[in-house]
Design a protein around this ligand. Structure first.
Ligand code: SAH
Length: 340
C-alpha cells in the first residue's frame, strides 16, 4: 500500500480535493504527521471521520520497522525492516553542531565500486521516498531529539534513484514537513553526469558531494566502474557547469587506500585536477572490511597527502571517524533480506 510519507503537500492537497474535501486538510495532516508525529490515523481529530476512513483505505502510515540498534561513542547504527522483508541501515552521528543522520537510498547498489562493502549486494530495488523519510522519523523518535543534518551517504547511489531523492528533499526541507535546512542536506554521488546536470537546476541549496577517490582515469576505472561511462573530463565539465549555475561549493570525497591512491604523485595530480574549482577535499581514512583486501593508508601517509593539498591551496579536511567498532562507518553498511 502507498505510504502517506510518499506524498508532497501539493499531492496531499490534490488528494483531498479529488475526494471533494478541503484542500487545507493537507496542511492539517502534514501537521499530524511531521509536527505531532502521530503513529496512527485514528489520532487525527480535525478531519471528519469518513474522510479519515478513506485515507486509511488508501494509505499506510508506517513502512519501516526498527529491528536493532547498536551504540558506540557518539554514533548509533539502526537496522530497519521494510514491508517486503528487505533490511537497510541508517547511522546517527552526534556532532557539537547537532545530530546528523546518514540515510540509505537503495536496497543494494549497482555501482560496483571495488572498495565498498555496501555495493557487494547488487541493487534489489530503489527505496521509496517514504522509506527514506521514515529513517529520519524513527531515529528522531528513538533519540527524542531533532536531527539537524542529513547526508544521503548510506547504502545505494542516490542519483540512481533520482526522482525519489528529489521528493525526499522537498519533504524534509518543507516548512510544514521536517524543516531541515537545505544547506544542512548533502547528497553524495559517484558521478552520474546526466543527474548532476539535472540536479543543478533544482531550486534548493542542497550540498553535493562527489565520490572521487582517484585523480586520473586509469586508476578511477579500476576503482569505480562508473568512470568508464562518465570519465573525469565529462564529470568535471558537468561540475564546472554546476558551480556556475549554483554558486555552491562542492565536496570531493577521497578515500585513502594504502599504496593505491595515496602517493605524493596522486596528491599532485589531484591538485592539478581541482585547480580553479570551488570545492574542497574530504579525505576519508579507509574502513577495512573482511571481504575486501584494500588497506587503510598509514597515518603518516594521510598527513603527507593532506599537507600536499594544503600547500597547494586546495581546501582539505580529514573526515572524523565514527562507528568503526559497530561497522557503521562509511562503506560498511549492508542491506540484507530477512531470513524466513
Ligand atoms: N553512492 C554514493 C553514496 C554512498 S556515500 C557515492 O558513491 O557517493 C558513501 C561514501 O563512502 C562514498 O564516498 C564511498 O565511496 C565511501 N566509501 C565506500 N566504502 C568505503 C570504505 N570502506 N571506507 C571509507 N569510505 C568508503
Amino acid at each position: 500500500m502507498n505510504s502517506i510519507y510518499n506524498l508532497l503537500l501539493e499531492e496531499m492537497e490534490e488528494y483531498f480535493i479529488s475526494h471533494n474535501d478541503k484542500k487545507f486538510h493537507a496542511d492539517q495532516l502534514f501537521d499530524w504527521l511531521y509536527q505531532k508525529r502521530v503513529n496512527s490515523f485514528d489520532e487525527v481529530t480535525n478531519i471528519k471521520k469518513e474522510m479519515i476512513e478513506q485515507v486509511k483505505k488508501d494509505f499506510s502510515i508506517s513502512c519501516l520497522t526498527l529491528v536493532t540498534k547498536e551504540e558506540d561513542t557518539d554514533v548509533n547504527k539502526y537496522l530497519f525492516r521494510l514491508t517486503d522483508g528487505e533490511m537497510i541501515e541508517a547511522v546517527l552521528m552526534r556532532h557539537d553542531y547537532g545530530n546528523s543522520i546518514c540515510v540509505s537510498s537503495q536496497v543494494g547498489c549497482n555501482m560496483g565500486c571495488a572498495f565498498c562493502e555496501s555495493g557487494r549486494r547488487k541493487r534489489v530495488r530503489n527505496l521509496e521516498t517514504a522509506e527514506m523519510v521514515e529513517q529520519i522519523l524513527l531515529v528522531e523518535e528513538d533519540i527524542k531529539e531533532r536531527i539537524s543534518h542529513v547526508v544521503v551517504m548510506g547504502i545505494g547511489e542516490p542519483f540512481d534513484n533520482y526522482d525519489n531523492i528529489i521528493k525526499f528533499i522537498k519533504i524534509i526541507n518543507h516548512p510544514k514537513g521536517l524543516q531541515i535546512g537545505s544547506r544542512h542536506i548533502t547528497v553524495s554521488t559517484c558521478g552520474l553526469v546526466p543527474k548532476i546536470k539535472e540536479f543543478m537546476n533544482v531550486p534548493y541549496q542542497v550540498n553535493l558531494a562527489i565520490s572521487l577517490h582517484a585523480p586520473n582515469d586509469t586508476l578511477r576505472n579500476q576503482l569505480m566502474p562508473i568512470n568508464k561511462v562518465y570519465p573525469l573530463n565529462e564529470l568535471f565539465q558537468a561540475l564546472k557547469e554546476y558551480e556556475k549555475v549554483t554558486n555552491r561549493r562542492l565536496t570531493f570525497e577521497y578515500i585513502l587506500l594504502e599504496g593505491i591512491n595515496d602517493t605524493a604523485e596522486c596528491a599532485m595530480e589531484l591538485v592539478s585536477l581541482l585547480k580553479g574549482m570551488n570545492g574542497y577535499v574530504n579525505l576519508i581514512p579507509y574502513n577495512e572490511t573482511e571481504h575486501l583486501t584494500f588497506r587503510r593508508s598509514k597515518q603518516l601517509q594521510i598527513m603527507k597527502f593532506y599537507d600536499i593539498l594544503k600547500k597547494n591551496h586546495i581546501g582539505v579536511t580529514i573526515r572524523r571517524e565514527f562507528g568503526g567498532n559497530i561497522s557503521a562507518a562509511c562503506g560498511q553498511l549492508r542491506s540484507k533480506k530477512e531470513e524466513a
